[in-house]
Ligand binder design. Structure first.
Ligand code: ADP
Ligand code: MG
Length: 261
């Protein structure tokens, strides 16, 4: 059994300029758990992932985020990564001139970890997530397809072994095969390495592939309901209207699909 870690978000308030977008978020994710955050468009899902990772441009006006005893909000992004937080971004950045091998080697050096055996591990993880080995020598993410980018992120996740991963709309732009492969690798990491996951999505088809332990409903910057996987099932029928969210067509489409409807 791997070590137990806790990612704790308490009364987190944040926004852009004077506008408050997150209005007091409370969330606790432990090693090995998968938490899903679902909500209609504009509810603050992406803002949450950006604020957790420390993306510039957001103003935190209250609350705290900690990973074990580390106060993440006081740290720059790279130190948050160093503490064990990993963001699978919706749009992984292209890094011309730097291969995956080099990027991971640099990350290991920053963390003071030995890079011995790294190349073999990358090869074996690439095979595991069906990432074309022929692309491994290329610049990171440059001219990769959507599916290749996410598979590539899975190699990074598997090799770096963070304590917690935030998946920001990991399902966007993925066909069902890629979504299944990526979800399966994340699930294996929760079982094998005790990875804790915060899966942010408005497409419940993700939750068919990556089964959550807990589901949270985010509406207008607040978590208005939390429950087990059955909550996604209920949303399927009722939409977000009963939580005060707009039951727009977009959210209806978003929650349909979990049971093949
Ligand atoms: P979601 O990901 O749930 O669709 P977002 O977090 O992207 O929601 O956005 C929540 C609200 O905050 C929206 O009204 C959006 O327009 C606003 N918002 C988010 N980021 C910014 C930003 N950088 N500048 C201005 N407004 C923003
Ligand atoms: Mg978003």
């Amino acid at each position: 059994m791997s070590a137990q870690h806790v990612l704790r978000i308490e009364e987190l308030r944040a926004g852009v300029d004077s506008r408050e977008i997150l209005r007091g978020i409370n969330l606790e994710v432990r090693s090995g758990e998968v938490h899903a955050i679902m909500g209609p468009n504009g509810s603050g899902k992406s803002t949450l992932s950006h604020v957790l990772m420390g993306k510039p441009g957001y103003h935190v006006s209250g609350g705290s985020v900690s990973l074990d005893s580390a106060d993440l909000l006081s740290l720059p992004s790279w130190k948050r990564a160093h503490e064990g937080l990993f963001l699978v971004s919706q749009y992984p950045i292209e890094v011309p001139g730097v291969s995956l091998d080099e990027a991971l080697r640099a990350a290991f050096e920053t963390n003071g970890r030995s890079a011995q055996g790294l190349h073999d591990e990358i090869l074996s993880e690439a095979s595991r997530v069906k990432f074309p080995l022929s692309l491994l020598g290329r610049s990171l993410n440059v001219d990769f397809s959507g599916g290749e980018k996410k598979r590539n992120e899975m190699i990074q996740l598997a090799v770096l072994k963070p304590k917690f991963a935030i998946l920001d709309e990991i399902d966007s732009g993925l066909d069902i095969d890629a979504l299944r492969d990526v979800s399966r690798r994340v699930e294996q990491a929760t079982n094998e390495d005790g990875l804790g996951v915060l899966a942010i999505t408005h497409y419940s088809r993700l939750l068919k592939e990556l089964r959550p332990d807990r589901v949270h409903v985010l509406v207008k910057g607040e978590i208005v309901a939390s429950g087990g996987p059955e909550l996604a099932q209920q949303l399927e029928k009722t939409g977000y209207a009963e939580y005060g969210g707009e039951d727009e067509v977009g959210s209806g489409v978003a929650v349909s699909g979990i049971f093949g409807l």
